[in-house]
Design a protein around this ligand. Structure first.
Ligand code: ADP
Ligand code: MG
Length: 313
């Protein structure tokens, strides 16, 4: 392709909300053999909602939700937002709180009802940890609780399994080293996701899903969207290793992601595609930015490259 053709293609891309950083990545896209999709926020809408909340330790439901929301208040994760929203709704609309509506309602609505939290830390691929009144609170997956020596009863385990089998994520909560409850969180697929996966397969491209989420949820989501090859319970650094494993035989690999935890994989891929609504770190690490937050643009990008470079193939 001539420099003019590359310029025209870049312009056509931009008009469709596909920002291409450089002619090299435009050229590589036509040769893509595997497209590796992140799950949360990429295949899914990142509009997670809590669909179940079960308290196990004889604690009041409102207290449980306030504890979890306080712990998650500093997290930017889509799961954290879902939990905060659910707890806020419960606090203000379902529980007859004597304080709500009395003093400064707006201020309380913002944060006044939450507990003070200290020593907050986000643990990538696992969840969060912080302290409330000197007692540790852990919110996250099995791995997080297991690593911290928290006992998971068979009753809790079977509730989590039930959540996961319906393609939802189970979040476990421990307070003062005792498991106090579990939340089930649903994150619907993007409407176009299944059609795009089918379209890629018709183009001879193999779709793969990679996620930090657990195997059971991952398999259920992959089945729904039509992806056969799934890698789950992958830590952020591990996502880049997954990309490299597909590159080993010389295959050209594209990675599509939105999160901070996807950026090493976006950088490792031959073609990194960031969701425009995603985090800045992901956008910086990528060669393509899909501004419309629509997965059809993965196909648009590959098509554009194939058309531009057709003559010299
Ligand atoms: P993905 O790869 O699907 O984007 P992440 O690596 O961000 O997922 O997260 C993996 C898992 O870690 C989540 O499914 C969840 O179990 C846990 N997790 C991460 N952040 C949080 C959080 N703020 N609160 C609770 N759990 C979390
Ligand atoms: Mg993500």
């Amino acid at each position: 392709a001539t420099p003019t053709a590359v310029m025209v293609a870049t312009g056509v891309g931009a008009n469709n909300g596909v920002l291409i950083k450089g002619g090299d990545s435009l050229e590589r896209a036509q040769m893509v053999k595997y497209v590796i999709f992140d799950k949360t926020g990429t295949l899914t809408q990142a509009k997670a909602t809590v669909t179940a909340a079960k308290v196990f330790a004889g604690m009041d439901r409102g207290d449980f939700l306030t504890l979890v929301a306080s712990a998650e208040a500093s997290s930017e994760h889509p799961l954290a937002k879902a939990i905060s929203q659910y707890a806020r709704h419960f606090h203000f609309f379902e529980e007859s709180s004597p304080t709500s509506g009395t003093k400064n309602a707006a201020e309380e609505f913002k944060s006044g009802w939450l507990y003070d939290v200290s020593d907050f830390s986000a643990l990538p691929g696992r969840g969060i940890q912080c302290f409330i009144d000197g007692r540790r609170i852990l919110v996250g997956n099995r791995k997080l609780l297991e690593e911290n020596g928290i006992n998971i009863s068979t009753e809790v385990e079977s509730f989590v399994v039930e959540i996961e089998e319906s393609a939802k994520t189970g979040i476990l909560v421990a307070y003062d080293d005792i498991l106090i409850g579990v939340l089930g969180i649903a994150d619907p697929l993007k409407r176009e996701a299944a059609v795009v996966i089918e379209g890629l397969q018709k183009m001879g491209v193999i779709p793969v899903m990679v996620t930090g989420d657990n195997w059971r949820t991952a398999r259920a989501v992959a089945k729904e969207v039509g992806i056969q090859d799934v890698r789950a319970e992958v830590m952020p650094a591990g996502k880049a290793d997954v990309v490299r494993s597909f590159q080993k035989d010389g295959s050209i690999v594209a990675m599509v992601g939105d999160g901070i935890n996807d950026s090493p994989a976006l950088a490792a891929a031959d073609v990194g595609m960031a969701i425009g609504a995603g985090t800045d770190v992901a956008i910086e690490a990528a060669n393509y930015v899909l501004m419309r937050d629509n997965l059809e643009d993965v196909i648009t990008a590959i098509d554009l490259s194939r058309k531009t470079f057709f003559r010299i193939r």
